[in-house]
Write a protein that binds this ligand. Structure first.
Ligand SMILES: Cc1cc2nc3c(=O)[nH]c(=O)nc-3n(C[C@H](O)[C@H](O)[C@H](O)COP(=O)(O)OP(=O)(O)OC[C@H]3O[C@@H](n4cnc5c(N)ncnc54)[C@H](O)[C@@H]3O)c2cc1C
Length: 400
């Protein structure tokens, strides 16, 4: 089985400057509506319309299928820009493009999956993600619902605990057990478009933050052609694409949210210093911590992105414990650093930061970032990592 990687820039039509300008234009619209999206817990419709207008939803689809072959780096930059503007929009963009990456890299030339990608690019379709199911929590490598045959079709009935923007999406990419008699970890990845499924709402999304992701619970009922199930084993997709791309794009969105909090701390600290006749306010130490946490997060993301792009053509290296450790820990570390940055920003700004109104408020950023350590719980990731690394030798020298 071959894997089509387009993380590098070689196949990219999208001019980096042009792509950045289009992302910035969408981010400006997202920023203008971020407060009402958060307050009303509503889908960021204006921002999504802007992403469609800028043709950013299909940007990562290969050129041959009507997209631009945008690089993962360009998408990460866009997530950061959107995160500074509206956390929910950034996370929606990150989740959508994680699903697209799975299709792009593992479709293996299948005409049905290629057809879906053509439609995503041409119609700027928004794709949701369904991995969390029943009582399984964030255990993505275990599925309860199975793909079953029904004549010429496959059917799937899934109790999805949360599907972000499920009601607004044009399609869903979901994990499932391969067949009724398959084990929980013998999974496949499937892509379905709106005409292939129905959603019955099971629960709402009244949360502290990330309120615009509208991540309600649904019963997902699918009836579709069997070709909508990717031939590749999910185990491979998970380690080589799903985890790396989601962790890089989520982290970029979280870093963007943190950057917006740091910006507010900088503005407050400058104002306080001006008012004190040029003297740095005592709270500036927290501003310094906020800057440092953000810089560390950005450095980790940049390093992970470089590493992934370098190894992208080498499935064995991607599967190796070394890379898997780096890429899983990226999510754990950046989620905590981004939250630490926003927390420091709030302490730098004092009451002005704690207030929900005013120019120096960082309440929204802090609430949104509280989702980061629990979006696939860091405890779960660390527990899995400790099991995986227990038998591996500890490095004997510094640079080996
Ligand atoms: C903003 C947002 C958007 C989301 N969007 C989607 C979406 O679109 N689609 C989707 O499928 N999911 C989505 N999710 C869900 C997400 O992917 C995780 O599945 C979910 O956050 C896990 O939640 P949980 O705390 O209920 O479950 P768990 O992961 O089960 O965690 C619950 C508790 O159990 C502990 N725990 C459980 N297992 C272990 C273990 N093995 N080792 C150590 N501790 C453990 C944890 O510490 C934690 O305290 C979203 C989540 C968020 C926050």
């Amino acid at each position: 089985m071959s894997i089509h990687y387009t993380t590098g820039t070689t196949q990219s039509l999208a001019d980096a400057g042009d792509f950045g300008a289009r992302a910035a234009a969408a981010a400006a619209i997202a920023a203008a509506h971020a407060e009402s999206v958060d307050r009303e817990g509503r889908f960021p419709a204006e921002a999504l319309e802007a992403l469609r207008t800028q043709r950013l939803l299909g940007a990562a689809i290969p050129i041959a299928l009507g997209g631009e072959g945008a690089s993962l780096g360009a998408l990460a930059d866009a997530c950061y820009a959107l995160g500074r503007a509206c956390a929910s929009t950034a996370m929606i963009f990150a989740m959508h493009h994680t699903k697209i990456a799975c299709l792009v890299r593992h479709a293996d030339g299948d005409p049905t999956i290629d057809g879906v990608m053509r439609r995503i690019a041409a119609e700027q379709l928004l794709m949701a993600s369904s991995t969390t199911e029943g009582n399984n929590g964030g255990n993505v490598r275990s599925s309860a619902a199975a793909i079953e045959r029904d004549g010429d079709h496959v059917i799937l009935e899934r109790a999805a605990t949360v599907i972000s923007y499920g009601a607004e999406a044009d399609g869903v990419v979901t994990t499932a057990r391969r067949a009724a008699d398959a084990g929980a970890s013998d999974q496949v990845l499937c892509v379905f478009l709106k005409e292939d499924y129905t959603l019955e709402r099971l629960s709402g999304w009244e949360t502290l933050g990330m309120r615009g992701t509208c991540s309600a619970g649904f019963k997902l009922r699918v009836r579709a052609a069997p070709e909508h199930v990717l031939a590749a084993r999910y185990q491979e997709i998970h380690g080589r694409t799903m985890t790396p791309v989601s962790h890089i794009l989520w982290s970029s969105a979280w870093a963007g949210i943190a950057a917006s909090a740091v910006e507010k701390a900088q503005a407050f600290t400058r104002t306080a210093a001006r008012q004190a006749g040029g003297q740095t306010p005592p709270g500036a130490v927290h501003y310094a911590r906020a800057v440092s946490s953000l810089k560390q997060a950005r450095a980790l993301i940049a390093a992970a992105l470089d590493r992934y792009e370098a190894l992208a053509q080498d499935p064995a290296a991607l599967d190796a414990l070394d890379f898997q450790t780096t890429i899983t820990m990226l999510k754990v570390d950046v989620s905590e650093l981004a939250l630490a940055a926003a927390n420091s920003a709030m302490r730098a700004n004092g009451l002005a930061g704690y207030r929900q109104d005013g120019d120096f408020s960082v309440g929204r950023q802090l609430r949104d970032l509280l989702s980061a350590p629990i979006m696939i719980h860091n405890d779960r990731i660390l527990a899995n990592l400790s099991t995986a690394t227990l038998l591996a030798p500890v490095a004997a020298s510094l640079r080996a």
